[in-house]
Write a protein that binds this ligand. Sequence first.
Ligand SMILES: [Zn+2]
Ligand SMILES: [Zn+2]
Length: 120
Amino acid sequence: MPPRIPKACRVRGCSGTSTERHGYCEQHADKAKPWTGGRAGRGRGGRSWRKLREIVKSRANGLCEEHLKRKFVVVGCICDHIIPTAEGGTDDLNNLQLLCQSCSDKKTHEEKLRAIRRSS
Ligand SMILES: [Zn+2]
Ligand SMILES: [Zn+2]
C-alpha cells in the first residue's frame, strides 16, 4: 500500500498533520471517535454511534422531531445531540433526537452563538 500523504489537521488553527482517514492529528484524534464507530462509544453498553443513530431514527419513525412538535411532518436525516457535547451532553439515547437538515442547521447556529458568548 502506498504511504498516505499527511494532510493538515482538521482542527482550525492546529499546526498538526494527519495521515489518518479521519483527518485529525494525533492530539485531536479523539475528536474523530464518535464518527468512526470503530471503538466502542463512550458510556454504557459500548454501542457504536451508527447503532445509536439507527435506534434514534426508528424511534422517531424517520421524522424530524423538532418539526413534529409543531405538527409538521418532515423527513429527518440527522441524529442530533439535544444538549450538545460541547455543553456537557452525552451520547445517551435520552440526549439524542432526529432532525431534518434545516432544524439541525438552525440548532447548530444557535449553539455556535452560545459558544461564542461563553468564551467572551
Ligand atoms: Zn490537531
Ligand atoms: Zn425539522
